[in-house]
Design a protein around this ligand. Sequence first.
Ligand SMILES: Cc1ncc(COP(=O)(O)O)c(C=O)c1O
Length: 305
Amino acid sequence: MPKFAFFKGQLVPIEEAKVSIMTHALNYGTGCFEGIRAYWNEDRGQLFVFRMQEHYERLRQSTRILFIELTYTTEQLCQTTLELLRKEGYRQDTYIRPLVYMADETIGVRLHNLQPELAIFAVPFGRYIEKEEGAHAGVSSWRRTDDNVAPARAKITGAYINSGLAKTEAVRNGFDEAIVLTNDGHVSEGSAENLFIVRNGALITPPITENILEGITRQTIIQLARDEMSLQVIERPIDRTELYVADEAFFCGTGVQVALITRIDHRPVGTGQPGPIGKALRDVYFDVVRGKLPKYNSWCTPVSS
Ligand SMILES: Cc1ncc(COP(=O)(O)O)c(C=O)c1O
């Protein structure tokens, strides 16, 4: 359990960070959030927050879509997060959850005339899905929320019911994770992660117009694939059956990190074993997030000075 939280403008003991059952965001899902990871580097005795600035820029993007004026600068958000982590003193991998929520205790669904509040907490965190080296994914019967329904581009608390429905269906059906299609039947993403496939040596991922969250890990993987592995990366719509004939497939996201998919809908992906491209990208990703590749140190903010 965390010991502290940023709540109503200050760092407080976690027990004091409580909201009423009347809270607008609790009733109507009117909030937006981020998920940021910090990685412990044992050799350097240092916790590194990965791409913190980009996550807070995306939080700002979510607030814009929800008519919320975020009064904190990105620099203030980063400094507050570092202060919280220093107070917690974690020496292990950690997940940071910034949340902007409509704090009013009132009835009536809307986005205007409401008071947003910011909260941040951080918890020790390991794997998001157990089988990161070989997951079985199932195509969901639930479709991804459309940009004109509940925009996936924003990390909107209420919209995550779509992810919840897909995830629980997948797990109850014996899969590790869901793959969710758009309304017109193209591959969008996983329940809480972006998706890549490999065909003929090229890395392919749905473009940002396929109702995906514009993932920071997705962007990281695209850059690492091009710059570290000289791979061709193609952003284009993916048909469902391309999943069944792909040579490799993997999920990526802050939570899931890089999770290799070895089966989709009871069919082996490629050989049915973790593929070489996914494996290599996963390895380089973990080196980068732990601050082991100096070239990418600007992505890793040390918590202790
Ligand atoms: C729906 C969804 N897609 C993709 C991602 C991956 O995004 P990122 O890599 O920025 O964490 C997440 C997780 O944050 C997510 O919830």
